[in-house]
Design a protein around this ligand. Sequence first.
Ligand code: TYD
Length: 202
Amino acid sequence: MLITLEGLDGSGKTTVWEVLREEYPEFVFTREPTDTWYGDAVNRSMGDDDADPVAELFLFTADHAAHLADTVRPALEAGNIVVSDRYSDSRYAYQAVSIDDAVPRPLEYIRGVHQPWTRPPDATIYLDVDPETGAARSGATNKFEQAAYLSQVQQNYERLMKAEPERFVKVDATQSPEEVLDSVIDVFGRLLEEHDDFAPDE
Ligand code: TYD
């Protein structure tokens, strides 16, 4: 089973992922951007205000393809539960905003690029925070962390959730960190129970 964590910058996603990693040491925890040279390329591009947004989309996408091949698929094939801090929805939500001037129907376009070869998540926990809080908490240090940009990213996440309500679980991330963690651990427990019900022999 593949579970992903998504949310705006400043939603507290990475903290949640770190706590989950301590709670469930038997699972495989991973993230995008990765810490490979593909991820380095992505980080370089993110640090460059003049980076071409279409080129940047494909750097993120290359990082995802390599992540699938070297980490996600092998771990799933070995029967592991995989938890990824950001995954394909981050591209659908973020890069659809960046390439909006270059490509018509950008969200559909990016989904189409992934669709033939990606492995969709079985469940996605969305940490829901408003763009102003997200931008303020993240310190607005990169070009994606501005409230106006995050507000469009949030609209894309909302569209994704509307299209696949059964995959997403929304958690209110404006609560205190302890409350967010409790909610996510609850959701996680439920997802694992459902998974065991469906796949008792796995
Ligand atoms: P991340 O390291 O998860 O930052 P944070 O922990 O603050 O959420 O992600 C770094 C940035 O990369 C974040 O601003 C979102 C952006 N991003 C994309 O725009 N597209 C993607 O496909 C991914 C994986 C991340």
